[in-house]
Design a protein around this ligand. Sequence first.
Ligand code: GLU
Length: 551
Amino acid sequence: MNRYHEIAELIFPEIKITTADLEKQYPPRNLEPEAIVTRFAPSPTGFLHTGSLFTSLVSWRFAKQTEGVFFLRLEDTDQKREIKGSGDKVVEQLIKFGITPDESYVHDGAYGPYIQSERRLIYHTVIKDMIKAGKAYPCFCTHDELNEIRKEQEAKKELPGYYHEYAKCRFLSDDEVIEKLKNKKEFVIRFKSLGMNDEKVILEDGIRGNIEFPKNIQDVVIMKTDGLPTYHFAHVVDDHLMRTTHVTRGEEWMPSAPIHLELFEQLNWTKPVFCHYPVIMKMDGDKRRKLSKRKDEEASVDYFLEKGYPISGFLEYLMTLANSNFEEWRLTNPKADIFEFKLDFLKMSLDGALFDLEKVKSISKEVLGNMNKDDFAQAALDYAQNYNKELYDLIVSDPDYFKEIINIERDQEKPRKDYEKFSDVLPIINFMYDEYFDQLSKEIQFNQRFDQNLLIDLLEEYRDSFTLDVDQETWFNQMKEIAVGRNFAKRAKDYQKTPENYIGHIGEYAEIIRIATCAKTSTPNFYDVLRILGKDKIVARINHTIALLKN
Ligand code: GLU
């Protein structure tokens, strides 16, 4: 047996198959030639970052708009950094945004396992073949030895790293290697780079065009002492065997692309198209910086979910970040499904996409304002179920009543836009529910100019004379008439000109009635509010307020 084979057998005695078997097990996908296969490859190290949601949204759209496949692969090879359960949470959050992978460790699929730590045998099979072919080798260098190498390189002002003559374990004799292995000396596996100084390689980026880099010369670690692969290796093996056509990932990976390109080349595998997405930035004062997990609450998608920004609005906002011409398209297609827009790799921004919370807010208002009452109520219920028990209880106590309330000024040419997010709903509409009205009414304050007896008198009169079985204009005219009868000016202007002639103006009169019936000075359309409350409730509320005034 050739010595490389002997070494490979010593390291991986349990591996009985070869890379060729893997190729058969994971054949090219049966898709149309233009279909794109993309993936989202989160590491389970925390919450879903807004930047990662952006990345997965865009990758998912590229797959969907070409009838390709979007899968999720959990990259859990850095077990020290892993936060238990965070992988599941990320999948859950992604699904909340409607981005459902076609394949994942939850959804399954023919190219799994979709968790890297479960793909050990696959990596070991490929590494075993690489060792046999002299393309990879075990490295026994200790931390101290690596430090020595680094110091020497620093002294000579040479490139740091494990390469060429510095790659000490390349030069071990086969006997030495076999002896160390038999003595159970700890090792990693390194890839034997063929790169030479001053050689160049071109990264053909699907977004950025051709970018020239120095070729990789480092013998990078491909398998760690714990037997798990490094990112560089796992990415190449997985994206090959899972038949990814487009490696869509953040631009922070661009500098390592030469390593990946060399691995693809040495393994004789067709390289996928690399698409390095822009990083999400934000303005901090007058400086641009990365949206940061530590500094910015909006860096976590939880922020938007907990506050109840409408999912569709948030996705729409991310689409504006993805392609510069999306907004123009939106203007001409205001009612279309946002996913009718076809994303284009070449229209992605190259120098960081600027995250603008104000714009998220204004799009959300627009989206919530334009939703019909059924969709709004359903989305509010979905939100409330997960994040707002109080609102949830209100909605389920009488779903139709809730719908009527949130429908105020909705069904019209220019709908009212008072909700920015679902957490705004409760504070805006709570007074429509008696338990909240009772609470709120403890705090009410009428204009000091009107004394208690007058207020009581006015309220009793309104209580006994108002009618709601009329249109809005008639209702308001009636109110005006009653007010004028009590010497309120018909128009605020008249009162301001000669205040001595009146006790107040119509606006003030309406405010008294509003406070007495709603315990608030501002509400959505008052006529609609009163009609939804209905005669009995209004009478009861006015009586309640009169009782409070009398106390
Ligand atoms: N696990 C890597 C990360 O979370 C994935 C990079 C990639 O998409 O290839 O950054």
